[in-house]
Design a protein around this ligand. Structure first.
Ligand code: BDP
Length: 713
């Protein structure tokens, strides 16, 4: 009770001080539309005196509504809607088909495709106007969000000449959401999809989810977990998915479903799900027809098959291509696609786990139907703090590959660590595959330009949940944002995206933007330092993946342990993936493999070295490990100081939320450092370098900690 009273008092005093920051809970994401400072608002208002939007499609209606909402929030008044330009400073939106004014301008829209748009300052009937034009209504919607973003980030609206088009076709979120509303690897509450109440009850959140995604250009969402239940494909669940699709449709977002490969057996009453069996093929065709009757613009299927215990074509001696093509054939008449995951490995295989996907898929190159795209994780292991790019990128000239990034931070400290993933995404996308010579970056494989693929895509494993702030923490919204912006343009800069996000989400004040963007950009390397420096990987807690677990050994399979990956012994540490070892390096083009293996960031990923091995700093490997771990902790302490100094720029609620999580992050960074040093020191048997404090507990203490209720499983 006392606490409530105190909070109310604090809120009043904040509201009382003129222009001060109002309490916010993060629900509005980057679409806050808070008032522009008076001095600048005047100029923007002059350019937004009326809205001219002809055409009545649902998508144009939401574009118009967003503009009205945004402008009234930002500029204090909603400009009147008029059918034709009657005043100076009109904003005109539409397509050549929906709007006479747009058609008359003869704008260069040909090369912008269905999703691109133009924003231009023009003169119409002697009056100044800003036109947002596109080939399709959804392009107009994307342009609308762009225009609003310009005002939100205080960029000029005069003399605009913008032409934008996405470089990737399928820009999709993957929800690992279960039908009981739990979310696999979710750290932001329950699933936003309230399956139980669907299709009758439509949560208002679905609309705000659609707005947020459309503002980034995300145009697809896979509603259910890749570890799928066949129930998603039954009539009642198709009706539920259709209700969601109806909400998302005006925002240009298609619904997809994860399909369980054994569905013909599980719900179809068949004895087999062999992809070459005619009855199985007929079942999937009929199922696809049924789905398309309910959802005419259904996107297609995402499939995890023969991976981590999931059923798949190999159960019948068939290949991944056989399985994917069967589903591809079922959705093809409706224009659907199949996103077939390459995240496959088997513990019955003695082969280095990270080599298995490449070995499996490269021989299948050219065997997939043209509406199948293979979805590949950014690295060959599993969303680790750092991995070299997946060697499949660039290695399948005849098969389009889509990127899969993980937005939810399964291995990166859950929702309580401030880790901006933009630099991780960018590092992968900018990596040079050296296929077809220098400069064939992963981004160019993904955008289709290296091999001329038309079907292109980028998927992000969503971090969206029922939490009021959507993503579990305010800064995790930035990861959703960065994913969306990079899916639109995989060549984008993660720093520029961070800056844009910070301005939209918090403040345009340079005294805020500069230090916070620096902090965000550095946060990924900081996390690598305190978790897995120098190429270490997969040393987290067993199964929940929370906290350090370098001691994890034994159990059902070796490739789910830590000792399989770090191989620490008195002689040294690291996984030899050079010619002397598993030779995983040979899965890359020679130049790419050499570059990756020579990069100290990947040292223990590719090499097994002794504890006294000299690294670039001149220190021994052991000393360097201690230094990096310690540095990671110090960097988090510095992040806390940076954030503490931002109090004047952020509303008290969000400031306090972030500060509390940073305190957790520092504590856990210290825990990672101490536990890992205590563990590895048993093998290195080297003293702590001078000036570095030993872990406060023996390794047995850290090993004994257990977390049966860690979230996300
Ligand atoms: C791993 C997750 C597991 C997922 C799997 C996947 O631990 O929960 O099912 O990836 O991507 O990272 O299929």
């Amino acid at each position: 009770m006392k606490r409530l009273v105190l909070m109310a008092a604090a809120a009043t005093s904040v509201l009382g001080s003129a222009g001060a920051v109002r309490a916010e809970d993060g629900y509005d994401l980057w679409l806050r539309y808070r008032p522009v400072e008076a001095a600048q608002a005047q100029g923007y208002r002059a350019l937004a005196t009326e809205l001219v939007a002809e055409g009545g499609s649902p998508t144009l209606a939401v574009a118009r509504a967003e503009l009205a909402r945004g402008l009234s929030g930002l500029l204090g008044a909603e400009p009147p809607a008029t059918p034709t330009v009657s005043r100076d400073g009109a904003i005109v939106l539409g397509t050549p088909a929906s709007s006479k004014a747009v058609a008359g301008l003869k704008l260069p829209l040909e090369r912008l495709g269905p999703d691109g748009y133009v924003i231009r300052s023009v003169t119409l009937g002697g009056r100044r106007a800003t036109v947002i034009a596109a080939n399709s209504d959804v392009g107009v919607l994307y342009g609308t969000f762009d225009l609003l973003r310009r005002i939100q980030t205080r960029r000029p609206l005069a003399d605009l000449d913008v032409a934008e088009a996405p470089k990737v076709t399928l820009r999709v979120l993957n929800h690992w959401d279960n039908l009981d509303r739990s979310v696999e690897r979710g750290y932001s509450g329950q699933s936003i999809w309230d399956w139980w109440k669907l299709p009758d009850a439509i949560d208002a959140r679905y609309v705000d989810y659609a707005r947020a995604n459309a503002s980034l250009g995300i145009n697809g969402t896979v509603l259910n977990n890749v570890n799928a239940k066949a129930d998603s494909l039954t009539a009642p669940y198709i009706a539920k998915a259709a209700a969601v699709a109806d909400v998302l449709r005006p925002y240009g977002i298609k619904v997809y479903l994860s399909a369980r490969f054994s569905a013909p057996i599980d719900i179809g009453g068949l004895k087999t799900s062999d992809p070459l069996d005619p009855a199985v093929r007929a079942w999937w065709k009929a199922k696809a027809d049924e789905i398309y009757r309910a959802i005419p613009d259904f996107g297609g299927f995402l499939v995890k098959a023969n991976s981590e215990g999931q059923p798949g074509p190999q159960d019948y001696g068939r290949t991944h291509a056989d399985g994917a093509n069967m589903l591809g054939e079922a959705v093809a008449p409706h224009g659907g696609v199949v996103m077939w995951r390459a995240f496959v490995y088997s513990h019955e295989q003695p082969e280095d786990r990270i080599k298995q996907a490449y070995n499996e898929f490269v021989p299948l190159d050219g065997k997939f139907r043209d509406n199948v795209i293979v979805q590949v994780k950014n690295g060959p292991l599993d969303f680790q703090p750092r991995e070299p790019f997946h060697p499949l990128f660039g290695a399948t000239p005849k098969t389009p590959l889509m990127m899969e990034f993980q937005i939810t931070k399964e291995y990166l400290g859950f929702a309580t660590h401030l880790v901006y993933q933009g630099p991780l995404y960018e590092e992968t996308l900018q990596a040079d595959t050296w296929r077809k010579g220098r400069g064939a970056t992963v981004a160019k494989v993904v955008d289709g330009s290296v091999y001329g693929h038309k079907l292109t895509g980028m998927a992000g494993v969503a971090n969206v949940g029922s939490d009021r702030n959507w993503s579990g923490s305010h800064f995790d919204q930035a990861n959703w944002y960065a994913f969306g912006r990079l899916a639109w343009d995989p060549h984008g800069s993660s720093r520029a995206i961070a800056e844009e996000w910070a301005r939209l989400t918090f403040s345009n004040d340079p005294a805020f933007v500069r230090p916070v963007v620096d902090m965000m950009v550095a946060s990924r390397e900081t996390m690598v330092n305190y978790m897995t420096p120098l190429g270490l990987h997969h040393i987290m807690g067993r199964s929940h993946h929370y906290g350090p677990g370098p001691w994890v050994a034994g159990g059902e399979r070796a490739d789910w342990t830590s000792v399989y990956y770090h191989r620490a012994s008195p002689e040294g540490i690291g996984f030899d993936r050079m010619a002397t070892g598993s030779n995983a390096v040979a899965q890359y083009a020679p130049q790419a493999g050499r570059a990756l293996a020579a990069d100290e960031k990947n040292l223990l990923w590719f090499h097994r070295v002794d504890w006294d091995h000299k690294v670039a700093s001149g220190r021994t490997l052991w000393d360097e490990l201690v230094v990096r771990y310690s540095q990671g902790v110090q960097e988090v302490a510095a992040m806390r100081r940076t954030w503490a100094a931002m109090a004047a720029h952020v509303d008290p609620q969000r400031h306090a939320d972030v500060a509390a999580y940073l305190a957790i992050q520092e504590k856990e960074a210290q825990w990672w450092r101490d536990a890992c040093i205590a563990y590895f020191q048993q093998f290195s048997k080297r003293p702590m370098p001078a000036g570095y404090a030993p872990p406060p507990h023996p390794v047995s203490y850290y090993e004994a900690l257990n977390f049966p209720y860690a979230p996300g499983i």
